[in-house]
Design a protein around this ligand. Structure first.
Ligand code: G3I
Ligand code: 9MR
Length: 582
């Protein structure tokens, strides 16, 4: 029996002349690896004429057939109408590298089973932030093959007319150095940075022991502080420079319009801090209050930081209370002020969620019941997954994990979280052709959905697992990761440098520097049914492409193929949360 499948597979190859590849798009699965006792499934194209279940054989590296079985009955992907079958090979649990073979197809796909498949992925997803650093050179041995000179010192930043005050009139020069580039572009945005720091530091708080031992090989690795916190501090320090003397925070630091795909050292455009806004200021308040709590044990490494961050957070919150509805409306701003600014907006016209998060973090830092009472009053009715534009869930998760002083409220928030997850988990267990709680609905494919949709749903499942101990949530967190790492309609492993079929041309100016690029460990935005970049710079989607296949591994496609700090934070929060369970 063992040999026959292998001979049959080889015979197919000889007859059809097909070269066995290790990455056939017909077999879609987590390309990074499975834990030995994890549920293991793959989604396959139907390879039988009558749509009967395909035969599947799994061969070891030495060519022995170690598993055989039949795929499921044919299912139809509701988004594309394409027939698919599921293969469940969970009973194969011996660590090793394998090849999956379909019969009568000649498709093959690599398969890895490993005790810690997500550890290197977590490390690289965190190192991606180091590669995004502005204002300092990325040197060996920390560059690990991707060195570059410093870009954007941001020591001579102009105050834009929209941000002018009596104390800092238009074109005042300030220093606002450090921090991470936001994404594929060279700008720095407080709103997105604040959301990113929230997920970043909350992830640390959930898995301190795990992150405390995670070595990232960054310049600060010699300090007596976890590498992850040292990396975060590089961006937190920059965020603090974005606070004006009155407590308000500038919305972003930017050139007037996006730079070309040029090396950061070639950039010549002036850079500005623009309009102070309520969401940015509250995101700063929340970030600094949370940071003051997380870094309290490291006063000896960052003397005075906790007190400085606490004071800045309080001043930011007060500024927002006095200016509760100043939003970033870039077109309106450009009608009033010059130079016109045309870079990313991160526009958000409702600050209730940011008030909720900032007041929550200030309560957890100070234990002052005034902040608690205000926070509970700001909690929105509607349960909405956290994104850069709606951070309410970050606050709700904080109450679920720190219920003291609001036990009933925290319980109600937890009930809302579990109710939110229920229909998606049921889809994974019944109708999903990818055995995934994400990606079964057309509206789930939008700009950045790999993160704001899939990884974040996985993180929600991890929090639900932590809160309830119900294994069903951890299984579904892992299914979300399987989806991002290859068990999806495109067959891409959406992390640069990982898997057998991953993006090679991300919309990422820094990656474009390296002939051996792209930079590894970056999560790609993913399929986006809105296709906002269609027709721009040569971006062209196939006619009638389905929502879950609206993806182009093409550098100009910023709407599907960019990378960002807020997407990478959800990647490592998910992979680390799963790896830490080992
Ligand atoms: O959330 C809704 C979803 O519920 C709905 O089903 C879907 C389809 O209509 O839309 C979703 O909203 C989308 C939102 O991203 C999700 O966060 C909006 O359509 C979409 O316009 C929005 O795009 C943002 C994009 O800038 C354009 O504003 C991305 O979130 C945001 O990540 C991206 O940020 C850019 C920065 O401006 C500049 N730096 C690069 C960065 C990444 O591309
Ligand atoms: O590179 C920019 C990317 O970071 C943004 O997400 C995107 C949408 O705002 O815009 C990109 O810049 C493009 C601009 O929008 C249109 N001209 C080409 C620019 C580079 O692709």
């Amino acid at each position: 029996m063992k040999k026959s499948y292998f001979l049959l597979a080889c015979a197919c190859a000889l007859i059809t002349g097909c070269k066995h590849t290790s990455s056939s798009p017909e077999i879609r699965l987590n390309q990074v690896g499975f834990r030995p006792l994890q549920e293991k499934t793959a989604t396959i194209d139907v390879c039988t004429a009558d749509a009967a279940p395909c035969s599947v054989a799994i061969l070891s590296a030495s060519g022995d057939t170690v598993w055989t079985g039949m795929a499921s009955a044919t299912m139809i992907n509701p988004l594309s109408g394409k027939p698919r079958q599921l293969v469940d090979f969970s009973t194969l649990n011996t660590p090793g590298t394998y090849t999956i073979h379909l019969t009568p197809s000649t498709a093959t796909q690599s398969l890895i089973i490993s005790p810690r498949p997500y550890r290197e992925l977590t490390r690289q997803a965190l190192r991606a932030f180091y590669y995004q650093r502005t204002a300092m050179p990325i040197d060996e041995p920390y560059a690990e093959g991707y060195p570059r000179p410093a870009g954007h010192p941001d020591t001579l930043v102009l105050v834009h007319a929209s941000a002018a005050t009596q104390e800092r009139p238009e074109n005042t020069i300030i220093a606002s150095s450090g921090g991470w580039y936001d994404a594929g572009d060279y700008n720095k945005y407080v709103v997105n940075s604040g959301y990113t720091m929230g997920v970043f530091l909350m992830a640390y708080e959930q898995q301190r022991a795990y992150y405390d031992t995670l070595h990232l090989n960054i310049p600060e690795s010699t300090l007596p502080v976890p590498d992850m916190l040292a990396e975060a501090m590089y961006n937190i320090r920059w965020m603090m420079t974005m606070q004006d003397t009155d407590g308000g925070a500038y919305h972003k630091l930017t050139e007037p319009d996006f730079e070309g795909f040029i090396h950061p050292t070639e950039c010549q455009k002036p850079r500005y801090v623009v309009l102070k806004t309520t969401p940015a200021t509250l995101d700063l308040a929340a970030t600094l209050a949370l940071a003051a709590r997380i870094y309290a044990p490291y006063e000896h490494v960052y003397p005075g930081f906790v007190a400085e961050a606490t004071e800045a957070a309080k001043r930011a919150y007060q500024w927002a209370k006095a200016n509760p509805a100043i939003y970033y409306d870039q077109p309106a701003m450009n009608e009033q002020f010059t130079p016109a600014i045309t870079t990313g907006a991160y526009d958000d016209y409702d600050a209730q969620d940011e008030f909720y998060w900032a007041a929550t973090e200030l309560y957890l830092l100070t234990n002052d019941p005034t902040y608690r009472d205000e926070a509970l009053g700001y909690c929105p009715e509607q349960f909405t997954p956290a994104t850069w534009g709606n951070v309410a869930e970050l606050a709700s998760l904080e109450w679920m994990l720190h219920p003291a002083g609001a036990e009933a409220f925290a319980q109600e928030r937890q009930t809302a979280l579990l109710a939110h997850l229920q229909p998606y988990i049921e889809e994974a267990e019944t109708t999903s052709v990818h055995r995934s709680p994400y990606g079964n609905r057309a509206e789930e494919f939008f700009w950045g959905c790999n993160s704001e949709g899939c990884c974040w749903r996985g993180i929600e499942c991890l929090y639900a697992y932590q809160l309830t101990g119900n294994e069903r949530y951890r299984i579904n967190a892992e299914r979300c990761l399987n989806h991002v790492l290859g068990q999806n309609a495109t067959g891409y492993c959406f992390v640069t440098g990982f898997g057998t079929h991953s993006p090679k041309q991300p919309h990422h100016r820094l990656s474009h520097i390296y002939p051996n690029g792209p930079l590894p460990g970056f999560l790609i935005g993913g399929p986006n049914r809105e296709r906002q970049d269609d027709g721009i710079d040569g971006v062209k989607y196939p006619k009638n492409v389905s929502a879950d296949e609206s993806y182009l591994d093409f550098r100009p496609s910023y709407a599907t193929n960019e990378v960002t700090i807020n997407w990478n934070v959800t990647l490592f929060a998910l992979t680390a949360g799963l790896d830490a369970q080992q």
